[in-house]
Design a protein around this ligand. Structure first.
Ligand code: CU
Length: 454
């Protein structure tokens, strides 16, 4: 594991991969909190503009607006672009089209922002995204349709797949706002330990991707409605960013593609992506054109290193502490037991709640919670069933065991997502800080793997 640590750090630290000649100056997609208030308003205004523009689809689509054209396109791609190899390249093409429509049809000058939900993972319902100046908050639990009550999209009506208000239901339908998203530590584990395209795609799609859809609930939890919520694009930009990070972390795999298509045929980089004429003048492109965000035509962008709360107060010292602790062989019996525990989500009751806060806990400012499981009925309509569902459950369990292990073994570890940091102003992460984080996460991941073998 030491070899991979040495190999990973400089790769993560590099701010960009080498752009091709066709993409000399990549645009930078930034985290929502990196935008100034004026830039955030410009983005929201551009989305509102799209909803007021006329549809460009054939009349037969019955789309009320240009924004609805975009939602329609996602609805048309349900079966080809989910639970299949095409998931990542299709959504990459879709986001690029959406970004270019905002720019060319609504005069938007910026790039598509992303939502780094790892930052809000420990209490997603408290994210700044839900402010009435941003995307508005939770749905109204007293209304049967769970319509949102605040923000610029309050009056929105969705057209596809059904005509109704914009709905949310934090906590995945339970209305108790207790969902937990994937921590930065768990995401590092997923990125660094997925060693084929298909393994990575399925782990990301069935795990964190579905977890966020489920946690927001309402439209977002319904595969045929999800693109009606403007927050969909920021979530998917982060999913796309995870793919770019994985490609950067594993250079030998960066151009790799494979697995199965939705129809059971073997996926191939020559497969053609259809956006159903969302941009009529745009040619259909193959998957191979989506494998590099700086490949040019139509992709020419990179992602920033995101934000964190309380920067400067812990990052580097934290990294040093975790690396030092992992270097010693001090794997306690309790941590080793946690690492092998058969029922990670029921651990609290078994050992008196010593190491890991319950998912509904919002008081513990130091430790991490396990990410919420995706409920069976939500996974099913996200097209995850059968063996894929069993695989997703096993990965959720492994993620939760890792969280228990970090809490038990590294009591001094203060995650950037820890709630105790939540009050601090968010600040952009430098390449050096991102590299230090990666070193700390690698130490945790390696220690976890040692304990599992012990
Ligand atoms: Cu989708």
């Amino acid at each position: 594991m030491l070899i991979s640590l040495v190999a990973l750090v400089p790769l993560i630290a590099a701010a960009t991969t080498q752009p091709s000649a066709a993409c000399a100056k990549p645009a930078v997609r930034r985290e929502w909190r990196e935008l100034t208030a004026a830039e955030q308003t410009n983005y929201i205004d551009a989305v509102l503009c799209l909803k007021s523009q006329k549809s460009k689809l054939p009349r037969s689509a019955k789309s009320p607006s240009r924004f609805d054209d975009v939602a329609y396109t996602h609805m048309m791609a349900l079966d080809v672009a989910h639970s299949s190899a095409l998931f990542l390249p299709w959504h990459r093409a879709y986001l690029a089209a959406y970004e270019s429509i905002l720019q060319s049809e609504c005069g938007y000058k910026g790039t598509l922002p992303y939502w780094d939900w790892t930052v809000d993972s420990q209490a997603p319902e408290k994210s700044v995204l839900w402010s009435s100046k941003a995307f508005g908050g939770d749905g109204d639990p007293s209304s049967t349709n769970l319509c949102i009550r605040s923000g610029p999209f309050k009056a929105w009506r969705s057209a596809f797949a059904r005509r109704m208000c914009l709905a949310r239901s934090f906590g995945g339908g339970s209305l108790d706002s207790t969902a937990v998203l994937y921590s930065p530590e768990a995401i590092y584990m997923l990125l660094s330990r997925s060693t084929t395209y298909d393994d990575f795609r399925s782990a990301l799609e069935e795990g964190p991707h579905n977890n966020v859809h489920s946690a927001i609930g309402g439209d977002m939890a319904l595969i045929d409605m999800s693109a009606n919520d403007p927050v969909f694009m920021l979530h998917h930009a982060n999913v796309d960013r995870m793919w770019a990070l994985w490609q950067k972390m594993h250079p030998a795999l960066a151009g790799s593609y494979g697995g199965d298509n939705a129809d059971g045929t073997a996926a191939d980089a020559g497969d053609v992506i259809s956006l159903f004429n969302l941009i009529p003048s745009q040619p259909k492109r193959p998957v191979s054109a989506m494998l590099n965000t700086t490949g040019g035509a139509p992709l020419c962008y990179v992602y920033s290193n995101s934000v964190r709360a309380g920067i400067g107060a812990g990052g580097t010292a934290n990294a040093r502490r975790a690396a030092a602790e992992a270097a010693g062989d001090a794997i306690t019996a309790e941590a080793a037991r946690l690492a092998r525990h058969a029922e990670p989500y029921e651990l609290d009751a078994a050992r008196g709640g010593a190491a890991t806060p319950a998912q509904g806990d919002r008081g513990d400012g130091a430790r991490l919670r396990c990410a919420t499981r995706v409920a069976g009925h939500i996974a099913a309509q996200m097209r995850v069933g059968g063996a894929a569902f069993e695989r997703a459950r096993a990965r959720e369990d492994a993620q939760c065991r890792f969280v228990h292990f970090v809490n038990a073994q590294f009591a001094g570890h203060r995650s950037h997502a820890a709630l105790g940091r939540a009050g601090r102003a968010p600040a952009a992460v430098s390449a050096a800080a991102a590299a230090a984080d990666a070193a700390a996460y690698e130490a945790l991941a390696a220690a976890f793997e040692r304990a599992q073998c012990g």
